[in-house]
Design a protein around this ligand. Structure first.
Ligand SMILES: Nc1ncnc2c1ncn2[C@@H]1O[C@H](COP(=O)(O)OP(=O)(O)OP(=O)(O)O)[C@@H](O)[C@H]1O
Ligand SMILES: [Mg+2]
Length: 389
């Protein structure tokens, strides 16, 4: 999968966005820069929810949250939200996401306002779509109500128009892409696809009950392609070891000799950790690290590692444990906690750890951009201006 081009005419702070990510560039890693508030996080989150949440009914409420402020004026019937071109390995799929006012005769849908909500509308949408348009769902409740030979209600609904005439194939494509799009971001990020009430919790100091981070954790269960890389996910690490051992054991049954998945994982992690060696507990209850300090071995635990070490390890283990391949990986503020050397290094890390993916990295880091050609670096206005000291 390769995200070729994204156009967003007008969404929140994003104006006239038109960015091309060239398919034949190597590596397929594109930094995305702008000054603070330029809209990088908004753009990554919009791409993520459109591609990850448009098919599955359980995920559609996240789209509704994201599009909460996206209104159509009185004069318009339709407003384009985003146009996304994707290369699926064989052809270019063009997806035009737009919101449209759709009218219904009230008696068809009933009297109660709850019935006019987002998810209940599928039973009544048979007549509204030409063949190449997929009706995703309503983003607003009742817009207006007036008399006209009976009452008419108007919804704003999100729809998607495909360049492909075969609707079955298009739906299959959206279904497939929803498991091939990933978003990684710091958990301190405001996620626009969370309910508005939850977003406000980030700015409240609550001692009990729900807080932003516990809500984010529960949301991650519903959005499996969302990852926050602030802390080392020890359970992911342990899971990877278990999986590697299983692979080796299966190889034994099949071929008569053990595979080398476990050893490869250990070697990769030790290479990444530099002066420390990783060990997994025999009962898979956790991991520790051995640091050689002039001949003396010091035992360390995940909580003893540095912020940057934990982050680098967590990105590696996320890509490996989720088996993220041939995917579009959107990463926000990947450089936070990294020394400029590691900001530069993260490009070759990603290339080495999971080379079949395309990466789009929202960043403020010149060191990171310098690891690629200037043509790889995409910018949103207002652009980054390097200060001459
Ligand atoms: N409805 C809106 N209309 C216009 N601008 C908006 C709207 N909502 C938010 N904004 C602006 O959009 C910007 C948020 O953009 P975003 O967080 O995507 O920027 P960013 O490039 O990721 O910034 P940073 O580098 O600081 O993380 C803010 O400046 C905010 O004021
Ligand atoms: Mg941001």
């Amino acid at each position: 999968m390769h995200l070729l081009r994204v156009q967003v005419p007008d969404f929140r702070g994003l104006k006239n966005i038109d960015i091309t990510f060239e398919k034949d560039f190597s590596p397929k890693i594109f930094p995305l820069g702008s000054q603070n508030g330029g809209g990088k996080s908004t753009l990554l989150q919009l791409i993520f929810v459109l591609l990850h949440c448009s098919v599955d009914e359980d995920k559609k409420p996240f789209l509704q949250n994201m599009l909460h402020d996206f209104k159509i004026s009185e004069e318009e019937d339709k407003r384009i939200l985003a146009i996304i071109d994707i290369w699926d390995g064989e052809e270019i799929i063009n997806l035009e996401f737009f919101c449209k006012k759709v009218s219904f005769l009230e008696h068809i849908i009933g009297d109660s306002e709850e019935e006019l909500d987002f998810l209940d509308c599928h039973a009544i949408d048979e007549d509204i779509n030409p063949e190449t348009i997929l009706d995703i769902g309503g983003i607003s409740k009742l817009k207006k109500r007036f008399s006209y030979d009976g009452k008419i209600v108007v919804f704003t609904r999100l729809q998607c128009c495909f360049n492909n005439k075969d609707m079955g194939k298009s739906k299959l494509f959206l279904d497939n892409i929803s498991s091939k799009i990933f978003l990684a971001a710091p958990s301190t990020q405001v996620f626009l696809f969370l309910p508005q009430d939850s977003r406000k919790l980030l700015f409240k100091n609550l001692t009990n009950g729900d807080n932003y981070y516990s809500i984010l954790e529960s949301v991650k269960d519903k959005l499996p392609c969302l990852f926050t890389y602030d802390f080392l996910a020890v359970e992911l690490l342990v899971k990877s070891f278990k999986y590697a051992v299983e692979c080796d054991f299966r190889a034994m049954i099949k071929t008569g000799s053990y595979g080398n998945s476990y050893q490869t994982l250990i070697n990769d992690l030790n290479l990444l950790l530099g002066n420390k060696k990783i060990n997994v507990n025999e009962d898979f209850s956790g991991v520790n690290f051995h640091l050689d300090n002039n001949g003396e071995t010091i035992e360390l635990y995940p909580e003893d590692l540095s912020h940057g070490e934990l982050k680098r390890l967590s990105i590696y283990i996320w890509l490996k444990s989720r088996n993220i391949e041939d995917a579009i990986v959107l990463m926000d503020e990947v450089e936070i906690a990294f020394h400029p050397d590691w900001q530069y290094q993260i490009i070759s890390d990603l290339k080495e750890w999971a080379p079949s993916n395309q990466y789009i990295l929202a960043t403020h880091s010149y060191a990171l951009c310098e690891a690629l050609t200037p043509a790889h670096v995409k910018e949103i206005e207002p652009k980054l201006i390097k200060q001459e000291l």
